[in-house]
Design a binder for this molecule. Structure first.
Ligand code: MN
Ligand code: ZN
Length: 490
C-alpha cells in the first residue's frame, strides 16, 4: 500500500517561514487579508505577495484556486503559493484548496501558513486526498511528495479539528488502495486478510468460508464464485461504539474481485477495469475503518461478499437455477449479472442475523447506471424516503454526487422467469432499475434500505476535484461517514 503524505501542525513562527526551503503556502481570505506571518513573508519578498494580490489575475480566482510566485527574491523558499480561500468558504471549496496545494507539492514539501483561518482543517483533508497516487508497481524514480507542515495561531485547536478528518482520509485511501490493486494481488483471501487486520482498530471481524456459506444456503453467492480458484467468502466487520444492545445500522458491499463476466464473458476491450468490481466492498471497508479510527458513537456492521467471477469447467452456466438463502430461486440468464446474486444472499443474511435499523448496500452493479448518470453521480434506489433524503443530503454536503432513481412494481414483470421465481437479467431497458428491483426482493419491508450503484463513480477515467486521473475515488466513504455522524450519533 502506498504511504500517505505526512501532515503536521505547528504554532505560527515567522523565523521558520522565512527559512522554509520548500514551498510556502499562504491561505488568503477575502480582501487579500494576510496573517501576521503572511505579512512578514511579503515584507521579506519586498512586497511581491501584495503586488500579486492586487493583480487582475488574483481578482479572477475562484475559491480554492491559487497564484504562484516562483523563486521569490528575499526568501529561501522555492515558491510562494497564494491560495484564495474566504473565511466562509464551503467545506468543498476548502478541500479544493487542499487539492490545489497537493498538485504543486514536490520533494521538499510545504509550509502552509494558516494563521487563524477557520477552514484550515478541511484544507488538510483535501490535501491528503489529492496527494494520493498509486505508483507502488512503478520501478525507478517516483514523484515523491514531502511532508506538509501547517502553521496556525492555535495549532492545538487545528490539530484537534483535523484529527477526525484524518480518520476520514485514511478510510478513503484504504478504499482507493483496495480498488486500485490488481486482481492477482487482491484475491478474495488477500482482501479478507486486509479486513481481518482491522481488528487492531477495535473492529470485530469474522470471515465466513465456503462450507459455512453452503450451510447457510447462500447458493446464489456461491454459484458466482464456483469457477474461480479463489474461495468465496463473506466478511463481517462489527463496530460497537453505540449503546449496548442497540441494533446496528448495516452497510453491505459487492466484492467481485474480478469480473470476467463468467461464461457470458465480457469483450476483451476494457475488461482490465473489472478489478474495480469489488468497489462496493471497498467502500464498506473504508467506512468501517473511518468509524473505528474516529471511535464513532454508533453500532454499525459492515458485510462484504467476496467472490471472483471466472469462466471454467466448474463455472456456473447461463440457464442454471440457484436457490438463494432466502429460499427464492433464480434463473441465471446471464452469468455477467452476478453482483445481484452476491448481494441477494448477503443482504438477506445481514437482516436475518442483525435485524439492522437500516441498511445501505453499495455495488458497481450495472453499466446502465453509467449510461444514465455518467461519472458525476451515483444512482440511489430506496424503499424509504427518510433514509434516502438523509443519504442524499450527506452526499451533497461532502461533494459526492448522488441522484435518486425509481423503484416500482411496474418493473417486476420483466424479472419473471419461465422456470424459477425470477431471472437475474432482463436485457437493456432500465437495466440499472431492474437490477435494483431484483435486490429489493431480498430486502424485508420493515428494513429501511438504499441501494447505491457506484459503477460510474468508483473509478472515473478523468481527473476529479480530489482524485487524480484513472485513480479509484473512494466515492461514498465521506458520505456514509457523515450519514452515521448526523443520523446515528446526533
Ligand atoms: Mn458482471
Ligand atoms: Zn460485476
Amino acid at each position: 500500500m502506498p504511504a500517505p503524505i505526512e501532515i503536521h501542525f505547528h504554532a505560527s513562527d515567522t523565523d521558520v517561514a522565512l527559512k522554509e526551503a520548500g514551498r510556502i503556502v499562504l491561505l488568503v481570505g477575502e480582501g487579500g487579508k494576510l496573517s501576521a506571518v503572511g505579512a512578514r513573508v511579503d515584507r521579506a519578498a519586498k512586497g511581491a505577495v501584495k503586488r500579486a494580490l492586487a493583480s487582475e489575475a488574483w481578482g479572477k480566482l475562484k475559491a480554492g484556486d491559487a497564484l504562484e510566485l516562483a523563486w521569490p527574491v528575499g526568501l529561501s523558499a522555492e515558491a510562494v503559493q497564494l491560495v484564495s480561500l474566504p473565511a466562509k468558504a464551503t467545506v468543498i471549496e476548502a478541500r479544493k484548496a487542499g487539492a490545489t496545494i497537493a498538485k504543486g507539492l514536490g520533494k521538499a514539501g510545504a509550509l502552509v501558513v494558516a494563521g487563524n483561518h477557520p477552514r484550515a482543517a478541511e484544507v488538510s483533508l483535501g490535501l491528503a486526498l489529492r496527494a494520493y497516487d498509486f505508483s507502488i508497481y512503478k520501478s525507478g524514480e517516483k514523484a515523491v511528495k514531502g511532508a506538509v507542515r501547517f502553521m496556525a495561531d492555535n495549532a492545538e485547536k487545528l490539530a484537534s479539528e483535523a484529527a477526525p478528518l484524518a480518520a476520514v482520509a485514511e478510510g478513503v485511501l484504504f478504499t482507493r488502495d483496495l480498488v486500485n490493486e490488481p486482481a492477482n494481488v487482491l484475491t478474495t483471501s488477500d482482501f479478507a486478510a486486509r479486513l481481518a487486520a482491522m481488528q487492531e482498530l477495535g473492529l470485530d471481524v469474522e470471515i465466513l468460508e465456503e462450507p459455512e456459506l453452503e450451510k447457510l444456503g447462500m447458493r446464489a453467492l456461491l454459484g458466482v464464485g464456483q469457477g474461480s480458484e479463489s474461495p468465496s467468502k463473506v466478511v463481517i466487520m462489527q463496530w460497537h461504539g453505540g449503546k449496548k444492545g442497540e441494533k446496528p445500522f448495516a452497510f453491505v458491499g459487492k466484492g467481485v474481485v474480478f469480473d470476467t463476466g463468467g461464461i457470458s464473458i465480457k469483450p476483451a476491450d476494457g475488461m482490465q477495469d473489472m478489478t474495480m468490481d469489488m468497489g462496493g466492498a471497498g467502500v464498506v471497508a473504508g467506512v468501517m475503518r473511518t468509524l473505528a479510527l474516529r471511535k464513532a458513537k454508533a453500532n454499525v456492521v459492515g458485510l462484504v461478499g467476496l467472490v471472483e467471477n471466472m469462466p471454467d469447467g466448474k463455472a456456473q452456466r447461463p440457464g442454471d437455477v440457484v436457490r438463494s438463502m432466502k429460499g427464492d430461486t433464480i434463473e441465471v440468464i446471464n452469468t455477467d449479472a452476478e453482483g445481484r446474486l452476491v448481494l441477494a444472499d448477503v443482504l438477506w443474511y445481514a437482516q436475518e442475523r442483525f435485524k439492522p435499523t437500516g441498511m445501505i448496500n453499495l455495488a458497481t452493479l450495472t453499466g446502465a447506471i453509467v449510461v444514465a448518470l455518467g461519472h458525476e453521480n451515483a444512482g440511489v434506489f430506496s424503499n424509504d424516503d427518510k433514509l434516502c433524503a438523509a443519504l442524499l443530503k450527506a452526499a451533497g454536503s461532502e461533494g459526492e454526487g448522488a441522484w435518486r432513481m425509481p423503484l416500482s412494481p411496474a418493473y417486476d414483470a420483466i424479472l419473471k422467469s419461465h422456470i424459477a421465481d425470477m431471472r437475474n437479467s432482463c436485457g437493456r431497458p432500465a437495466g440499472a432499475i431492474t437490477a435494483a428491483q431484483f435486490l429489493k426482493r431480498f430486502v424485508k419491508d420493515e428494513t429501511p434500505w438504499c441501494h447505491i450503484d457506484i459503477a460510474g463513480v468508483a473509478l472515473p477515467a478523468t481527473e476529479q476535484a480530489l482524485v487524480g486521473p484513472k485513480c479509484a475515488s473512494g466515492w461514498g466513504v465521506m458520505a456514509l461517514n457523515r450519514l452515521v455522524r448526523d443520523m446515528l450519533e446526533g
